[in-house]
Design a protein around this ligand. Structure first.
Ligand SMILES: [Zn+2]
Length: 64
């Protein structure tokens, strides 16, 4: 698994550690792993945490 996978912003050609695309010489951008994102996990965690805190502060909410 290459660590520096990049993709051309113009022709979407994948390349590794190139400054510019080999096909069209356009700038390339870093490609990140698709949507197994840590951010979402943290968001879930935060929401869960938030919900618990809310229930602690406002126990009445549980009844609904
Ligand atoms: Zn290109």
């Amino acid at each position: 698994m290459p660590t520096h996978l990049k993709r051309c912003t113009k022709c979407m050609n994948y390349t590794i550690s190139e400054a510019n695309c080999k096909n069209c010489n356009s700038p390339v951008e870093n490609v990140y792993p698709p949507r197994f994102s840590l951010q979402d996990k943290y968001q879930d965690y935060r929401m869960e945490h938030f919900r618990k805190k809310m229930h602690e502060k406002f126990p009445d909410l549980k009844k609904k």
